[in-house]
Design a protein around this ligand. Structure first.
Ligand code: SF4
Length: 65
């Protein structure tokens, strides 16, 4: 299955495991630094897959709506 950029964003926004790569609390507090929320900016995204296997779970929960 091809995963679209839109799906990566939707999953990132809904995912309980999302942690932005390179983020620290002071960076998140600053304005205009935050990158787009998406699996692609998450520390768990490796080799085009989620390394804690949350992607499929979150995606299927999105499909139910
Ligand atoms: S890479 Fe995994 S943990 Fe990170 S937002 Fe995507 S599904 Fe969630």
């Amino acid at each position: 299955m091809m995963v679209s950029k839109m799906q990566l964003r939707s999953v990132g926004e809904m995912c309980p495991g999302y942690i932005q790569a390179g983020s620290t609390s002071w960076v998140l507090a600053a304005e205009n630094i935050e990158k787009d929320v998406s699996c692609e900016t998450c520390i768990h995204w490796e080799d085009s897959r989620c390394n804690i296997d949350l992607f499929d779970k979150v995606l299927s929960s999105l499909d139910q709506t």
